[in-house]
Design a protein. Structure first.
Length: 180
């Protein structure tokens, strides 16, 4: 299988795992050993300034912390748009990538915008491929505006509508089918 890095995984209507129900995951890396990414559409009510004060300078004082996934939920993960892709430790999409560890003082001025995630999403070898085969995920190329959307809670629906065709019908499935 080709690498899914820089792709979005959109949970299908049949994916009921509460960790991923109605999520959009940006895949950062994908190879034979597995895959890693972050959930883009789960903003918390907690501000980055309160949760990870040293990173608030990069995100802005009012920026919210996002749930990146179920793996290491107490570990902050920084995704940033930089003035040069080579500055990212893990480039993903153009000049958007992940900065790992402490943010070097030399890199801070090159951050144009950033988002902080609590944890990440991960799959072991063959796990994501099996989930794709089962139809748990829909793949769509990521766009920069997906990564830094001002309306993360509606991203799942918007990306499915953008994909068009039968995916527009999936976009109408409520998160809780009991409210249908």
């Amino acid at each position: 299988m080709d690498s899914l890095a820089a792709q979005l995984l959109i949970s299908s209507a049949g994916l009921h795992d509460p960790n991923f129900r109605h999520t959009v995951v940006l895949i950062a890396a994908h190879d034979g050993e597995g895959a890693v990414g972050v959930v883009l559409n789960r903003a918390t009510d907690l501000r980055v300034a309160d949760a990870v004060p040293p990173l608030a300078e990069l995100t802005g004082e009012r920026a919210l912390l996002f749930e990146g996934g179920p793996v290491q939920p107490t570990q902050p993960v920084l995704l940033a748009e930089l003035d040069g892709a080579t500055r990212a430790d893990l480039p993903v999409l153009g000049n958007i990538g992940f900065i790992t560890g402490d943010v070097d003082d030399a890199v801070r001025p090159s951050v144009l915008r950033a988002r902080v995630f609590a944890g990440y999403s991960g799959w072991g070898s063959g796990q994501l491929e099996a989930e794709l085969e089962e139809g748990a995920w829909i793949v769509e190329p990521a766009l920069p505006e997906d990564v830094f959307t001002d309306e993360p809670r509606s991203l799942w629906k918007r990306v499915l509508e953008r994909k068009g065709g039968p995916y527009r019908r999936i976009a109408m499935v409520p998160k809780d089918p009991r409210v249908n």
